[in-house]
Each structure stands twice: as structure tokens, then as C-alpha cells.
Design a binder for this molecule. Structure first.
Ligand SMILES: Cc1cc2nc3c(=O)[nH]c(=O)nc-3n(C[C@H](O)[C@H](O)[C@H](O)COP(=O)(O)O)c2cc1C
Ligand code: SF4
Length: 682
């Protein structure tokens, strides 16, 4: 008996029987071939999700017209689509008990036709692409039947290739159908006019009818539509509910209710923590209340308990999830079999979007995603003893991979707790916490031996007598020198980290007032050593050894998250960056979300702000600017620390150096490094 009976009960979409109520949301991944066919990479990726227990997989946007693609590697069902690779994909997924459907689109105004085919984009009116800004050509009314026919022909090919249904994409106010549907972009004056509900819906209804006629009445059709477009002049959820019945009449067998409209950073449709979990559920419910076909809710429903609650309260009939299945392909199986605490939960870091926009989609916390075709955690034929020195992200992941493969692993950690820099990252940015929990729970599950408070030097490592040693001891903090940085109210990022995770850095003896030193040494440090990051987050709401006005010098991700953490604790924060932009170590989507959050927290941001002096009351900028500060934190940077590796590399043949010790990178880089090193076939 599962803990989530609603989530794991069967359901039907039209004639399509599903084994449970979990759907993989469409996600473009750029894994397909340049010819627009599923590649061996795509097939292995989807097969892994099918094996992981999902009921229905939806491919990311697949175009009906090869010369109009959303991305260069868009899968297409256009005139000359070759169906062999599709058949292999559908069969491999179905063999795992899952069902599979493409998301059919015409990219319309938001495609890459001008770049890839030299054709103009097409749309309801002359409007700029949401993604490139290039204006499209307005479709002549005489061309519209041809587009409808293309949808019909593509649907026939979909069925012929062995898919189990179609998701038609009319969400997010973009691509062709979404643009006709939104008054914001449809400024036509003819029978498809954006100023009337009937005009806006006309193309969509014609396409639905044509698909049903071509693929067959019994071929299941899900419609993806934004419940609430969440922009001025966008469609509110009550208007979506008002058109839903007409769409059912035309042939829709289920609604997939997303939200927002697209923009280059997909701010609303792939929401970060600025939107709460389940932010589209109310809109899904509004539609469910007026139709008698299943309704699917999506959007930050990452926790099985929340998914179960939505279903048990009758707010939706099925749950779709995207990023959770990138982070953990086994999410459904783990939830079903009482192993929810073993799920590697998505941390909403948006690396998947940022990576997809510059190449192929990757998941920061799961380096196996997208590499299933070549990475295999298979058991080793030669179990060995492995010592992992350092229990941060890289060390924990290396230990996990080695233990999973059947090696006998011991982690030696210098501190009294596992987690390394991820502990600090979880204190300042709570969304990292589930990943820390996952790594630590894997250590327990895999029965990895852990030696805490074991700061080993080169001789001690050699004396372990273990041939395979992974050095993951972390990097070296480097802080630029600024006149005045020895003053008591100036801390470094390294010192602050040590204090928050329960240490007492040497330099701290010269810092702080007597009262503050007493508080930290006698109460703070021992308590922080015992506590988990959530408790430290809570306690620091009451006390921190920092003044009211804080200046943070250095606005990489660590500085940004620290600024948010302090502003949430009532500090007035100035965030100063000498370079041109803040967050230069993260992608544009993640950076933008932080900028929004910083603004919401009233953090003042200055770029090209080089600090040339710190005095007791203020800091002085190059060019003469001054600002008052009671506390100053110089974040610094992390550099590789290869000393141990250099001392040991001739003595221990199986020595590997990983993580910040080798090359400082954020979580995504560290995880990829570990997978590359620990799995020889990568
Ligand atoms: C990398 C990536 C690509 C996406 N591509 C598409 C797409 O092709 N079509 C679409 O309708 N939504 C797309 N989405 C949105 C997801 O389907 C989903 O609605 C969104 O991620 C919110 O759900 P989640 O919180 O479960 O991830 C994409 C999301 C991600 C992360
Ligand atoms: S990259 Fe980040 S946001 Fe995307 S699935 Fe992985 S953890 Fe989630």
C-alpha cells in the first residue's frame, strides 16, 4: 500500500489508460539530431524516466514544419519526417510500462526560421519574437488552412510512429497557437481577430478538429494552455475556464494547465522560488470545475505529499512535473514505494534552462541526466577500498558513486559534520538544503563509513595504506587586500562561513567586541556545530555578530546569496561588485531571479564599484563615492588547492583530485567533474 494512494491510482485520458497520475511535462532538451529526430541520447533519457515509474512522457516542443523550429535540434513531424527513430523511442518507453506523446507546435513568431531557414517567422500580427526580438510576418488569412492541414498531417505521422497521444501546445502566449489565443499578440481584424473570444480561439479549434479527423477520434489529445497568463492584457484564469467547454466540444480529452507567458528567461513558466509551490493549481481547479475531462496541474509540484494533497482535494486529476524528473528519474518509483526521503529533489537552481539555452540541457545536481546513453552505474567486478578525503559536494558524490558500484568507501572529513561548503550554501540559500539532505542520506543508505573530525595530512593519508584515494578537500579562499581590511568590523567570507558552521577562525580573535566574542565562542560556535542549517537560519533571525548597515564586497553567487540572507534578517545591505555584472558565475535566468529577489529585499546593488579603502564608519569607492557601513564582508574567491595532491601523487597510484581542490566550480561543475572522473566510460 502506497503512502500516496491518489497519485498512484490508474486513470484514463480519453481511451489512453495510464498506470498512475504522474506525467512528465514537456521540456526541450536539444538532445535530438540536427535532422530533427530522436537521437540515442534522447531515447536513453526518456527510457530512464519511463523505467523510473512515470505514467506518461511528453516530448518537449516538436514542430509540425521542419523549416520552422524552436531550436536547431527541435524534433519535427514535418513532411519528410523519418519515423524509424521515433518508433525505437516509443517502443523502448512503452516496454517500461509508460506511455509517450509529443508536444506538437508551430513555433510561429517565436521560432528560429530567420536564422535556420532564412524564412521570416509567421504570426497572427506583426509582432516581435519573445525570444529573439525579430518581428514576424502576419499570416494571410488564405494561408491559415494550409497551417491547419500541416497540424493534421503531422498528427497522422505521430500516430504512425507509435505514440500514444498528442499534447497540443497553446500555452504561454507564444508560438503560433498561443499567440493567436492572446489579445496581447493577436491584433488581427478578420475572422481570427484578437478582440473577440471567438476570433482568438478560432485557429485553435480548427486545429483540434483537424487533428481529431486525421489521427482519429479515439487518439488522445491533451491541450496545454496557460490558465492565468499573469501579464497585463493577458488571459485571466476565469477566461480560460470560460473557453474550456468549447475546446472539449472540439475534441480535447484533457487540459494541461500551465501559467504565465514566455520571455527570454521563461520567468513565469519555469518558476523559481519567487512563485510558491503549486502556483498554477487554482487555475487548474477553475478549469476542472467546468469540464468533465481530466485536468493536469503543473508548476513547482515537486513534493509527493503536495501532489497527493492536490489530487485528494479534487483540485486536479493528474500532476505533471518537469524539473523533478531531471533531478531524479526514479522520483515516481521512490514515492510509490515509501522511499520519498531518497528522492533527489530539484533545487530550482535553473541550470537546466541556462544550460539548454547555450547547448544541451543538463541538471546541476544530477550529472547523469542526458548522459544515460553512456553513463552506467553498473556494479564493479573488482570491489576495492576507496578513501574519500573531504565530505563536501564532490567528496559525497564521489563516495556515493563508488559505493553504488560496490566499492568499500570511507569518508574522512575534517569538520564535525558532512557537507563542506554546501552547509554554508544551505544556510544562506535554503533551497540548497534538500540536496545536502540527499547526499547525506545516501551515505547512510549505502553504509559508507564516515570518520568525522579527521583532518588528514599527506603522511596520514599515505599511512591509510589505501590504493585508491579521492582528494576532495575543497579550495583555498583568496581575499583581495583593501586598505582598512584589518579593522575589527571587516570580515572575510571565509570567516563568516566558519562562524556560521560552528568554527572559530584565528583572525576572529582580533574582530568583534568582547560581548560578541563571548556570544560566539561560548554560545554560538558550540550551538552552530550541533545544529542543522534550518535551525541556524532560524537562530540567526534573532542574533548575528553584524551591525545594521552591511557592505558586501564581491557579488558572485556567494555574495548575492549572503546579501539576501542578511537582508532577510533586517540588515540594510549594499552589494558592491567591481566587475560589470553581478552573478557572473551563474546563467542569465538564475541571475535575473536573484536580481528580482534582491530588489524585493531592498538590497542596493552597485557594479563597477571598486573599493579602495575601508574606514571605521564608511567605505570609499574609486572615483570618490562613499557609503556608511557598520560591518563589511569581503567575499573573496575560491582557488584550486593542489598541495596535498602534489605531495601524494607519486606515492598513491590511484589518487584523484576532485571538486574545488582541483577546479573551483559551482555545484553543476563539481557534479560533472565527479561523474567524469569516477565513471571511466564518460
Ligand atoms: C529545460 C526546460 C525546457 C522546457 N521546455 C518546454 C517546452 O518545450 N514546452 C513547454 O510547454 N514547456 C516547457 N518547459 C516548462 C515545463 O514543461 C514545466 O511547465 C515547468 O518546468 C514547470 O514545471 P516544474 O516546476 O515541474 O519544472 C520547459 C522547462 C524546462 C525546465
Ligand atoms: S538544474 Fe536545477 S532547476 Fe533544473 S532540474 Fe536540476 S536542480 Fe532542478
Amino acid at each position: 500500500m502506497t503512502e500516496f494512494p491518489n497519485l498512484f491510482s490508474p486513470v484514463k485520458i480519453g481511451a489512453l489508460q495510464l498506470r498512475n497520475r504522474l506525467i512528465m511535462s514537456p521540456m526541450e532538451n536539444s538532445y535530438a539530431t540536427l535532422e530533427g529526430e530522436p537521437s540515442s541520447r534522447s531515447i536513453a533519457f526518456f527510457e530512464a524516466r519511463a523505467r523510473g515509474g512515470i505514467a506518461l512522457i511528453t516530448l518537449g516542443a516538436c514542430t509540425i514544419d521542419e523549416s520552422h523550429r524552436e531550436v536547431p535540434r527541435s524534433i519535427h513531424f514535418g513532411a519528410d519526417a523519418r519515423l524509424d527513430a521515433h518508433r525505437e523511442l516509443t517502443q523502448r518507453v512503452q516496454a517500461q510500462g509508460a506511455r509517450i506523446q509529443p508536444q506538437l507546435v508551430h513555433p510561429g513568431p517565436d521560432g528560429m526560421a530567420p536564422h535556420l531557414s532564412g524564412l521570416p517567422n509567421i504570426g497572427p500580427s506583426v509582432i516581435p519574437s519573445y525570444l529573439s526580438g525579430i518581428p514576424c510576418r502576419e499570416l494571410d488569412i488564405a494561408e491559415i488552412p494550409g497551417i491547419v492541414e500541416e497540424f493534421a498531417a503531422a498528427s497522422e505521422r505521430v500516430r504512425e510512429a507509435g505514440y500514444d497521444g498528442i499534447e497540443l501546445h497553446a500555452a504561454h502566449g507564444y508560438m503560433l497557437l498561443g499567440s493567436f489565443l492572446t489579445p496581447n499578440r493577436n491584433r488581427r481584424k478578420d475572422g481570427y481577430s484578437g478582440s473577440s473570444q471567438a476570433g482568438r480561439c478560432r485557429l485553435l479549434i480548427e486545429v483540434i478538429r483537424a487533428i481529431k479527423a486525421a489521427a482519429g477520434e479515439d487518439f488522445p489529445l491533451t491541450l496545454r494552455i496557460s490558465g492565468h497568463e499573469r501579464i497585463a492584457a493577458g488571459r485571466p484564469s476565469y477566461d480560460t475556464a470560460a473557453i474550456a467547454a468549447h475546446l472539449v466540444e472540439a475534441g480535447v480529452n484533457a487540459f494541461h494547465i500551465s501559467g504565465g507567458v514566455i520571455d527570454p528567461l521563461t520567468t513565469q513558466m519555469v518558476a523559481g522560488s519567487h512563485l510558491p509551490p503549486g502556483h498554477n493549481v487554482a487555475a487548474a481547479q477553475a478549469v476542472k470545475e467546468v469540464v468533465d475531462v481530466p485536468v493536469i496541474a503543473v508548476g513547482r509540484i515537486h513534493d509527493p505529499a503536495l501532489a497527493e494533497k492536490i489530487l485528494s482535494e479534487g483540485r486536479a486529476d493528474l500532476i505533471a512535473m518537469g524539473r523533478p524528473l531531471l533531478a531524479d528519474s526514479e522520483w515516481p518509483n521512490k514515492a510509490r514505494t515509501g522511499r520519498a526521503e531518497q528522492i533527489r529533489y530539484c533545487i530550482s537552481c535553473q541550470h537546466c534552462i541556462d544550460s539548454m539555452q547555450v547547448g544541451r540541457m543538463a541538471c546541476a545536481i544530477n550529472a547523469f541526466t542526458g548522459h544515460e546513453y553512456k553513463l552506467d552505474l553498473g556494479r564493479t567486478f573488482r570491489p576495492e577500498r576507496i578513501a574519500v578525503v573531504g565530505g563536501g559536494v564532490a567528496g559525497l558524490e564521489a563516495a556515493r558513486i563508488a559505493a553504488e558500484r560496490g566499492h568499500s568507501v570511507t569518508i574522512y572529513e575534517a569538520r564535525s559534520r558532512l557537507g563542506g561548503a554546501l552547509r554554508m550554501a544551505s544556510i544562506v540559500h535554503a533551497e540548497n538544503q534538500p540536496f545536502l539532505n540527499f547526499l547525506i542520506s545516501e551515505v547512510k543508505r549505502l553504509q559508507i563509513t564516515v570518520e568525522l573530525n579527521s583532518a588528514l595530512d599527506a603522511d596520514q593519508i599515505e599511512n591509510l595504506g589505501i590504493e585508491n584515494v579521492v582528494l576532495a578537500t575543497g579550495g583555498r579562499h583568496r581575499t583581495q587586500r583593501i586598505p582598512g581590511d584589518q579593522l575589527p568590523h571587516v570580515l572575510t567570507g571565509k570567516m563568516l562561513t566558519a562562524l556560521l558552521i560552528g568554527g572559530w577562525p584565528q583572525e576572529a580573535d582580533r574582530k568583534f567586541s568582547t560581548h560578541q566574542r563571548w556570544m560566539i565562542r561560548v554560545l554560538g560556535a558550540p550551538i552552530a556545530r550541533l545544529l542543522d542549517p534550518p535551525s541556524i537560519r532560524l537562530l540567526t533571525r534573532y542574533w548575528l555578530p553584524l551591525g545594521h548597515r552591511v557592505a558586501i564586497i564581491g557579488a558572485n553567487l556567494a555574495g548575492i546569496e549572503l546579501a539576501e540572507f542578511l537582508a532577510e534578517r533586517g540588515r540594510r545591505v549594499n552589494l558592491l561588485e567591481a566587475g560589470d555584472d553581478i552573478g557572473s558565475d551563474v546563467g542569465p535566468k538564475r541571475r535575473f531571479e536573484h536580481i528580482q529577489r534582491l530588489e524585493g529585499l531592498a538590497v542596493t546593488i552597485h557594479t563597477r564599484a571598486e573599493v579602495i579603502e575601508i574606514s571605521r564608519k564608511e567605505i570609499v569607492l574609486m572615483g570618490g563615492g562613499r557609503m556608511e557601513a557598520d560591518s563589511v564582508i569581503v567575499t573573496g574567491t575560491i582557488e584550486a588547492e593542489m598541495r596535498l595532491a602534489e605531495q601524494l601523487h607519486e606515492k598513491i597510484p590511484g589518487l584523484q583530485s576532485l571538486g574545488d581542490a582541483r577546479k573551483p566550480e559551482l555545484i553543476a561543475g563539481a557534479m560533472a567533474q565527479v561523474a567524469r572522473m569516477m565513471l571511466p566510460n564518460r
